[in-house]
Design a protein around this ligand. Structure first.
Ligand code: AVI
Length: 369
């Protein structure tokens, strides 16, 4: 596939607040361009929904939770008092960003899986920017360091990268619109051609790895490792399971908040199907269901039917029993041991672990052996 590039115009007005000790000009910073290697292929909602509803244990693929409304609801989830994950990861970065960035080689490219516009990414970029201060207290562009976020949503990636480039003008940025591994493959090729000595540091934030099945997660880590070269690193964020003493109640509440935002997020998948496939799923017949399965170390999310009805899609009528559950998402949790083992199977070695003060969440430095 031929990459297309979209130039992001250099900025005339820059709305960052320069630190008093640093001398940053308003037009400072490299130009920014977005590479799109995603192509035109799009998901087939109808095929996927039909396949899932005809399965013995009915399911809907979790990626369909994230339409415009679903993404907005997820943003609301991240600030809920019960949803500790985002704050815990932020706490780790607030306390250890410098240590993390100093573990990297002098020449490195920070790759983020998911368009990072939020506080977590900013914390890392702030630390990198501090590295670029010279002895006169001025900062300069350091071409040996780059920030490259990968995301499938071109618009979101473009907007968030633009804001970051404005605020961190000394860090060269190259957003890549692609599936995660497709994007890493592209970046690896560029590294090999442009700066073979640069270390790749792949940051996978948010415990998003937990939304894959265990098999998918292992396959993902294995494939990622196969793309990397020795000494590249994988900075993996993962929510912890109950085996280090985390209360089961904490895990349950995080997905059953008092304001019903997680419920709205989960049930929104049915709204989306009705809207996009013109189906007539009776929304009032469903309720949110989420619980922690300690045996599997995961939260399981379903939408549960409260009465018998049927769903018709493409001339196919599917009965749904009262009490029947349709699976929508897994959120796997990990002990440090589970991370170490998954890493070892893929030829990564766990060389550093950072946790928040309550030991609810972990950030793991996995070095490609
Ligand atoms: C995106 N992901 C890490 C969230 C999680 O915690 O598994 C998705 C989520 N689903 C319900 N609440 C949050």
């Amino acid at each position: 596939m031929t990459p297309t590039t979209q130039s992001i115009q250099p900025l005339v007005e820059i709305s960052f607040k320069p630190s008093p000790i640093l001398n940053i000009g308003a037009n400072f910073g490299p130009p920014l361009s977005l590479v799109n290697i995603r192509g035109d292929e799009h998901d087939s909602l109808q095929t996927d929904v039909l396949r899932g509803l005809l399965h013995e244990q009915k399911y809907l693929l979790p990626k369909y939770l994230y339409d415009q409304r679903g993404s907005e609801l997820f943003e609301e989830i991240t600030v809920l008092p019960e949803y500790y994950l985002t704050r815990a990861e932020q706490e780790i970065l607030d306390n250890h960003a410098s240590e993390i960035i100093h573990r990297a080689e002098t020449e490195f490219w920070l790759i983020e899986l998911g368009a990072g516009s939020g506080k977590k990414t900013r914390r890392l970029l702030q630390t990198i920017q501090e590295l670029t201060v010279n002895y006169n207290g001025e900062i300069s562009v350091k071409p040996h360091i780059r920030y490259m976020p990968i995301d499938i949503s071109e618009e979101f990636l473009y907007e968030s990268s633009l804001a970051l480039q404005r605020d961190f003008p000394t860090i060269p940025m190259q957003p890549v619109c692609a599936e995660f591994l497709q994007g890493v493959e592209y970046i690896v090729e560029r590294r090999n051609q442009e700066q073979p000595s640069a270390q790749l540091l792949i940051y996978f934030p948010g415990s998003t790895i937990g939304n894959l099945t265990r098999e998918e997660a292992s396959a993902f880590v294995l494939r990622l490792r196969s793309l990397l070269q020795p000494n590249d690193a994988f900075l993996l964020a993962a929510d912890m399971n109950h085996t280090n003493g985390k209360n089961l109640h904490i895990l349950h509440e995080a997905y059953n908040d008092a304001d019903g935002i997680t419920s709205a997020f989960n049930l929104n998948i049915l709204h989306r199907i009705n809207r996009e496939l013109c189906t007539d799923i009776p929304l009032d017949a469903y309720k949110h269901c989420a619980y922690y399965n300690a045996g599997e170390s995961r939260v399981e999310l379903f939408v549960e039917s409260t009465r018998y009805h049927s769903i018709t899609i493409d001339n196919c009528t599917i009965p749904v029993a009262a009490g029947e559950r349709i699976h929508t998402e897994f959120s796997h949790k990990f002990s440090e041991e589970m991370i170490r083992n998954m890493a070892a199977l893929a030829d990564f070695s766990l060389t550093a672990t950072w946790t928040d003060s309550r030991k609810f969440f972990g950030l793991y430095w996995l070095c490609a052996c």
